[in-house]
Design a protein around this ligand. Structure first.
Ligand SMILES: [Zn+2]
Length: 325
């Protein structure tokens, strides 16, 4: 049994975090899954785990974050293949015009145009400084040339990508208020607007309701502000976890029992986070470390396979490989 972790279904000009799968590739994944696996709902997997009769070649589809393209691009394909899925929504950004912070960084730093040469930011009381050098001006041609760049690559084509790297590292562990302040400083440094790009829009409460219409898609919670839970004190973790459940229940008018940890790696949350998820009344939770789900799995830390923009053949290879060791 394998739980798949997607984020977005969209054609993007650039995707430094590698979050998006094209609609074409997503259809190919669904076609493969429909033919070779038993696609299940997450709740049924948890039930099967408890009953001790887990199908070996089963699969579950999940999406993290709550991008609007889950409704506009993914849902129609899920309907064609009659495939259920769970979408984990970050509630604090629902219906906001701003982008997720990693998308905002991409827009500010990696879009073509002019930026001031030097960036000075105060972070946690100390002053940091970066120099964009000859990447102060970034032409359409440069942008096009670097559009395939992503954060896993060893070399940064220009100082703009290096800056993207250091700012992501810096912003990731911050509390929401500090992060917001730095992003606001960045926007004014770049002389950029705060409303985000259409392609990077986040689901609004109305869109969450459209997503569940028809019964194929279930909604789970993914915290309020997508924090790195390990860096937060327990009371703040509790609020992030419990409030996201409450806010979604208000939108949906029914209980939300499924959770996924932001970032989700084993070092991104703590034992207390798992306890708080149980305490909030969730019945299962997904992590982001790789592996099939087998009998005896902890239903509050279910492993998932992070899916990249693979074509159908590559997807099939990766899927099978998960069962071969
Ligand atoms: Zn996430």
């Amino acid at each position: 049994m394998l739980i798949l972790l997607y984020h977005r279904v969209a054609e993007l000009q650039s995707d430094p975090q590698m979050l998006s799968v094209t609609p074409q590739h997503f259809s190919e994944h669904l076609a493969f899954l429909g033919k070779h696996t038993q696609i299940m709902r997450l709740g049924d997997v948890v039930q099967a785990l408890q009953d001790g009769n887990l199908p070996q070649h089963g699969a579950v589809i999940t999406f993290d974050d709550g991008y609007a393209d889950n409704l506009y691009n993914a849902k129609p394909l899920l309907e064609i293949y009659d495939t259920p899925a769970t979408v984990y929504v970050t509630t604090g950004v629902m219906g906001h015009k701003r982008e997720f912070w990693w998308d905002e960084l991409d827009r500010i730093l990696l879009s073509p145009g002019m930026l001031p040469r030097t960036l000075r930011l105060e972070v946690n009381g100390s002053l940091c400084q970066w120099d964009l050098g000859d990447a102060t001006y970034y032409s359409e041609k440069d942008h096009h040339r670097d559009s395939g760049w992503n954060v896993l690559e060893k070399y940064d084509p220009t100082p703009r990508q290096s800056l993207y790297h250091s700012l992501s590292k810096l912003l990731r562990p911050l509390a929401e208020r500090e992060r917001r302040k730095i992003l606001d400083d960045l926007l004014s440094w770049a002389d950029a607007d705060s409303p985000g790009r259409r392609a990077h829009q986040i689901l609004s409460p109305g869109e969450v309701l459209s997503l569940v219409e028809g019964g194929l898609v279930e909604i789970g919670a993914h915290t309020v502000n997508h924090p790195l839970l390990v860096s937060l004190p327990v009371p703040t973790q509790r609020a992030e976890i419990a409030s996201s459940k409450q806010e979604l229940e208000e939108v949906l008018g029914k209980p939300v029992t499924s959770f996924s940890y932001p970032f989700g790696g084993p070092n991104d949350y703590t034992r207390e986070s798992v306890m708080l998820v149980k305490e909030a009344g969730f019945r299962w939770a997904c992590s982001n470390f790789q592996g099939p789900v087998s009998l005896g799995a902890d239903v509050f830390q279910l492993p998932r396979l992070l899916v990249r923009d693979w074509d159908g053949d590559e997807f099939a290879r990766r899927f099978q490989a998960m069962f071969d060791h």
